[in-house]
Design a binder for this molecule. Structure first.
Ligand code: FES
Length: 126
C-alpha cells in the first residue's frame, strides 16, 4: 500500500479507518457525509487548497446530522465549516466552535491511499 503525501489537517491515529470515496469524487469546498464503521458519522471536506479535513457530522447546537452540508470558509486564517442550520463556525483544525466556546465538533483523521480517501473511525479530538 502506498500512502500518497497529500495534506490533511489532522495527524494519523491508531484507530481503524473507513474508506469514504475516491479523491476525484470530492468537490473542493463541498462536503460529503461518511458513515463510519462503529456508527459515527463524519463530514468530509476537500478544501480549495487541496487539504482534506473531517469533523463530526452532527451539529451539536442544531442537533442534526447536517455538517456535511455546511459552508466552508476562513476565519482569520483558520479553515472553518459553518453549520447550515444556525451558521455557527467550527474550526476544521481542532473542531472548536468559534461562536460558542462551550461547543465543539470531534475531529477525525483523514488519509489518502491509492486515490481513495479514508476517515478514522474514532475522532482524534472530541
Ligand atoms: S438538512 Fe435541514 S437544513 Fe439542511
Amino acid at each position: 500500500m502506498t500512502v500518497i503525501d497529500t495534506p490533511t489537517i489532522t495527524t494519523e491515529t491508531t484507530t481503524g479507518w473507513t474508506q469514504a470515496c475516491r479523491l476525484d469524487f470530492l468537490i473542493p469546498g463541498r462536503g460529503v457525509a461518511v458513515l463510519l464503521k462503529g456508527g459515527r458519522q463524519a463530514a468530509l471536506f476537500l478544501l480549495a487548497d487541496g487539504t482534506l479535513a473531517a469533523v463530526g457530522n452532527i451539529d451539536p447546537i442544531g442537533r442534526a446530522a447536517v455538517m456535511s452540508r455546511g459552508i466552508i470558509g476562513d476565519r482569520g486564517g483558520v479553515p472553518v465549516v459553518a453549520s447550515p442550520l444556525l451558521k455557527q463556525a467550527f474550526s476544521l483544525v481542532d473542531g472548536r466552535c468559534l461562536d460558542d466556546e462551550s461547543q465543539s465538533l470531534p475531529v477525525h483523521a483523514v488519509q489518502l491511499d491509492g486515490g481513495v480517501v479514508s476517515v478514522s473511525n474514532e475522532p482524534v479530538t472530541s
